[in-house]
Write a protein that binds this ligand. Structure first.
Ligand SMILES: Cc1ncc(COP(=O)(O)O)c(C=O)c1O
Length: 384
């Protein structure tokens, strides 16, 4: 049976994207690679909502290496405020603890988010060089109101950094308009490309800071070492710092082509419709969603709380039914996650709820059997 992958990354990859990597004679100086890289750098500006004033970076790795490469902008003794709504927000603290900087973490109660007021209050108390935010916390599916926070703290801290690993390509992102200095993501999530790449855009101010000799970053993750490669490649001239994953970048370029063809606004709308359809179905079944506050529901991840049945049992049963969901990773909840990002469609929402509905009935979870798919159908019949 063909499997539908409703995971939190890697997500389903369209065949055109996979095929774009099937070339056997592409070196890092080959024209087809340099063209694909250059095109991808421009595509990254498009999904991040930035002009040529911002510098895009595409480097080997993923979300975590993109996060750690932010140390390129820090020096000994700098103070960093981490706003963490869950496991991936906490990762910032784990990273910064390895470096000679001072870290303070703000956390909400599980399933909630740190409010813009709380962030503003904290930055007024100390002299923070950097604030890190997570746009969509993948462990809980909670979305942080980035625009509002940036508006409140823009003039009070030097650098605002946003982890957009589970948002870029599926949520509204306007890094330049909102005044964000670093917006980062990875290839395998809502961009719908294979895993293997870190993607970041840096503001002019972040680029100025990157110039500093005092950075605490190491060698490979120091963005300063990658900057000449990005600039040269975008202009159509290959340059070497370390070998790029040429085939994955060619696949990413095809993903950007398809994203541009769809149009980023249409893409965000599609994600929003699929996410609402899935939540409608979950709520109609009488199940609880991990995200506690509706204004923080995300377009990309929904955590489903279970009262009785073990989540691992649901995951193994639903795979047998042809759909793969993701396990829960936040210790405060007994739950599993539905990833709805990348190339998801409204029909996928129907399939997801239908499989969950009959599996939970079979396993003995108390649900309103028969209400889930019906509610999704009703929602989709009028959703535009
Ligand atoms: C919000 C967020 N940040 C960072 C990461 C880490 O990315 P990676 O697994 O590519 O290192 C993830 C991965 O799921 C994530 O969801």
């Amino acid at each position: 049976m063909d499997k539908l992958l409703l995971h939190v990354g890697p997500t389903t990859i369209k065949e055109d994207i996979l095929i774009a990597g099937l070339e056997n004679n592409v070196g890092f100086t080959s024209k087809e690679f340099v063209d694909a890289f250059s095109y991808s750098l421009k595509g990254l500006r498009y999904v991040m909502g930035v002009s040529k004033n911002y510098q895009p970076f595409i480097t080997p790795g993923g979300g975590t290496s993109a996060m750690e490469s932010v140390t390129s902008l820090l020096k000994n003794g700098d103070k960093v405020l981490v706003v963490s709504n869950g496991v991936f927000g906490d990762r910032w603290e784990q990273i910064f603890k390895r470096y000679p900087v001072k870290v303070k973490v703000l956390r909400p109660s599980p399933g909630s988010y740190v409010t813009p007021e709380e962030v503003e209050e904290e930055v007024q108390k100390d002299n923070y060089k950097m604030v890190t935010l997570t746009h969509v916390e993948t462990s809980t599916g909670v979305r942080e109101p980035i625009k509002d926070i940036a508006r409140r703290i823009r003039d009070k801290v030097e650098l605002i950094v946003v982890d957009g690993v589970s948002s870029v390509g599926a949520e509204e992102v306007k890094a330049e308009e909102w005044g964000i200095d670093v917006y980062l993501t990875a290839s395998q999530k809502a961009l719908g490309a294979p895993a293997g790449l870190s993607l970041l855009v840096l503001s002019p101010k972040a680029l100025e800071v990157l110039n500093s000799e005092e950075s605490i970053a190491g060698y490979y993750l120091n963005l300063r070492n990658w900057l000449p490669v990005m600039r040269s490649t975008e202009e159509g001239k290959a340059m070497y710092f370390s070998t790029p994953p040429v085939h994955v970048i060619m696949q990413l370029a095809e993903a950007f082509r398809l994203i541009e063809k769809e149009g980023i606004e249409n893409r965000i709308k599609r994600h929003s419709i699929v996410a609402s359809a899935i939540r409608t179905g979950i709520e109609a079944l009488g199940l609880e969603i991990v995200a506690k506050r509706p204004e923080s529901y995300s377009n990309t991840v929904t955590g489903v709380v279970l009262k009785v049945v073990e989540p691992s049992k649901v995951l193994s049963e639903t795979i047998n039914e042809g759909v793969e969901f993701a396990p829960g990773v936040h210790p405060a909840f007994k739950y599993f996650r539905i990833g709805h990002m990348g190339w998801v469609t409204p029909n996928d929402a129907i399939v997801a709820i239908s499989v969950i509905e009959r599996t939970l009935k079979r396993l003995g979870e108390p649900i309103r059997f028969g209400e889930g798919v019906k509610a999704v159908q009703e929602y989709l019949s009028s959703a535009r």
